[in-house]
Ligand binder design. Structure first.
Ligand SMILES: NC(=O)c1ccc[n+]([C@@H]2O[C@H](COP(=O)([O-])OP(=O)(O)OC[C@H]3O[C@@H](n4cnc5c(N)ncnc54)[C@H](OP(=O)(O)O)[C@@H]3O)[C@@H](O)[C@H]2O)c1
Length: 332
């Protein structure tokens, strides 16, 4: 196959905020996709975004974006309370969808999207980019090889201290604020990557701040058979973000941050046996975009790496945890 004939996804980027900018920047490093169009809630933002990223088409509405027949896949980068409507908008226009994390605010919303996508045989995936980062792929290989023996515990935190802004999306309940939804899904998904999405017991605690959402939390997930995960997250608490996976024969350290590690180390008998490092140029978002391209080229409607049943199970887990704290969002 020549370069001209190579399979290429024409991406439509829905929204022009921080993460949309990151994703569009990284599409330049994806070998099977290009940023073709952007849609915003106003023409000015769309034009400016398109200019910054060299995107040929800019729309003043999300509707026009999803209805462009040239767009193959829509990337959704709006705050989480809008993911359900935005994803349904794109799916109803017959597009493949990659939706930012957390997939939705709760599992009822996610079930609606998943059921529509499955009914129409359309591709849908949670933008859980950490799953596709090379160091995390290596971690899965090490575990599958049995080199650290039977995996027993995982420790993973993700936390930053955001400025105090009660109106901003990190703390505002109307915008789905709170640490569990914003950052918590990462350590939860990381543990799921190792133990699966169905812990037998879930213990948790959170600090609910002035705006009524969780500023930081701790989780203990018990998977039975001596397997457990200790997880934490915060949006007003800077935390160390390295992750640790302990097995009966050794352990793995995911360096830097579990979300986007550049390196991982394997220890056997307390000694470092291997270090994996990647020399990529992308920020890290190109890998999830490439996964969408691979799946579409293969005619798949979900990614085998982050299947929809796993996303659904994890969203139910987040619902359960929020239930333990009595935290509900407007409209729930
Ligand atoms: N994967 C990651 O590493 C990562 C990192 C950060 C955030 N995220 C996720 O990405 C989503 C967006 O986060 P962000 O930090 O990019 O947010 P942001 O900078 O506030 O951008 C959100 C964008 O959504 C659009 N939007 C539509 N309705 C909106 C409303 N009522 N209020 C505000 N914005 C609205 C706006 O674009 P237009 O004006 O163009 O319509 C806005 O620029 C969240 O779900 C978050 O969890 C993921």
């Amino acid at each position: 196959m020549t370069q001209e004939q190579a399979f290429t996804v024409k991406w439509g980027i829905l929204s022009t905020g921080w993460i949309a900018h990151q994703f569009a920047t990284d599409l330049a490093h994806a070998h099977n996709g290009v940023a073709y169009a952007v849609g915003s809630r106003n023409q000015e933002s769309a034009d400016e975004f398109a200019k910054n990223h060299g995107i040929p088409v800019a729309y003043a509405t999300y509707e026009e974006l999803v209805n462009d027949p040239e767009v193959d896949a829509v990337y959704i980068g709006t705050p989480h309370p809008f993911h359900k409507d935005n994803a349904l908008l794109a799916l109803r226009a017959g597009k493949a969808v990659l939706c930012e994390k957390p997939f939705t605010v709760n599992s009822a919303e996610l079930e609606e999207i998943v059921s529509y996508a499955r009914g129409q045989k359309l591709f849908l995936m949670e933008a859980m980019w950490s799953r596709f980062i090379p160091a995390n792929v290596k971690v899965r290989e090490w575990i599958a090889s049995g080199v650290i023996g039977d995996v027993r515990t995982v420790k993973a935190d993700l936390g930053f201290r955001a400025d105090w802004n009660p109106q901003g999306r990190l703390l505002n309940p109307e915008l789905g604020g709170g640490a569990l939804l914003d950052v918590g899904i990462y350590p939860v998904s990381f543990a799921s990557m190792i133990f699966g999405p169905h812990p037998e017991q879930v213990y948790s605690t959170a600090h609910i701040g002035e705006t009524g959402v969780d500023e930081h939390f701790s989780l203990l997930l018990d998977y039975g058979g001596g397997k457990s995960a200790m997880l934490g997250g915060g949006v007003r608490l800077k935390m160390l973000e390295e992750a640790f996976i302990f097995g009966t024969e050794g352990y793995i350290v995911v360096k830097g941050t579990l979300v986007n590690p550049k390196a991982a180390e394997l220890y056997i008998g307390g000694e470092r046996a291997e270090r994996f490092e990647d020399d990529r140029e992308s920020i890290g978002y190109s890998f999830e975009a490439e996964e969408v391209g691979r799946c579409l080229e293969a005619g798949l409607t979900e990614s085998p790496v982050i299947p929809l049943d796993e996303s659904l199970a994890l969203m139910k887990l987040l619902d359960l945890v929020r239930g333990q704290w009595g935290l509900r969002y407007p409209g729930e």
